[in-house]
Design a protein. Sequence first.
Length: 144
Amino acid sequence: MKLFMSVFMVSVLFISAPSSAEEVSEPTVVLDRFRTALTEGDTEVVKDVLSDDVLIFEGGGVERSLAEYSAHHLKSDIKFSQAVPSQLLERTVQEADGLAVITSRYSISGAYNGREIDLTMNETVTVSHTPESGWKIIRIHWSN
């Protein structure tokens, strides 16, 4: 019976997993897809969940579009995410009128470029919903 339930639950996960942003029903799913895509190095999913005019604030700088992010920090964010595991500590979601603001805190520990990393990262993500594209990330702000 346990084996049947395990197989059933895995099947449900694969059947119900969204294949694109259009099918995502909750704003946090978009954020989780983005973070998983960074860890897995999946640039196609990153591009699928970010708005073309996304604003990303990180380390005192700003990237003003998906194209700019893809050309500059996306590769280094992938390398960092792959090298240094993060653990979600807390998350809140405020949603109204097709917009959601998701605030999260993560514990990040590991080694990157020969340095030990041990910090708490704060993340504020705004996602927007339209009938044409579903939920898309339009703003990201990372600080530690």
